[in-house]
Design a protein around this ligand. Structure first.
Ligand code: SF4
Length: 150
């Protein structure tokens, strides 16, 4: 079973109430090969919500309490993001997930590239907090640009 960021299948769970639909990713759901999660909604964040970025590190640093996740107004949202990662991992275990396709650059789902915490559009290498937690459990993660089902 493949775990997919819900916004990649057209679910309007993104911070601005939109989605990032990719037809070939949505097809995996229609073929019943994949399940959807939105870690930020699972963590109790609202939709729409103020955009958030990791400040002072990456997902690994957040899990080690060396960095936090703040919204654009400066409010600390770390707790909700960590909760969302934990709940996503629970779902992954229930379904025996071994692979995931997660949305690039998100502070939750980002895999390989995230924003740098300045809200200036600047990117840096690193993973989001959910992607980090899933990787630690041995789940193989791709993003919407490099997955093998294209
Ligand atoms: S948390 Fe993940 S699934 Fe939810 S909107 Fe952000 S990128 Fe998409």
């Amino acid at each position: 079973m493949i775990l997919i960021s819900a916004c990649l299948a057209g679910i309007e769970c993104r911070y601005d109430g939109g989605s990032n639909e990719h037809k070939e990713i949505k097809k995996l759901i229609e073929e019943k090969k994949a399940i959807l999660v939105c870690p930020e909604q699972l963590g109790g964040l609202t939709t729409p919500r103020t955009p958030c970025e990791i400040l002072g590190g990456d997902g690994e640093d957040v899990l080690l309490k060396r960095a936090k996740i703040i919204d654009k107004n400066g409010k600390d949202q770390t707790k909700g993001f960590v909760k969302g990662a934990d709940e996503t991992l629970k779902i992954a275990k229930l379904y025996g997930v071994t692979k995931a396709i997660l949305k690039q650059r998100s502070p939750s789902c980002g895999c390989g590239m995230i924003y740098d915490g300045t809200f200036s559009g600047t990117k840096k290498t690193g993973d989001g907090v959910t992607a980090t937690l899933l990787k630690k459990q041995g789940i193989v993660i791709w993003n919407e640009e490099n997955h093998p089902w294209k």
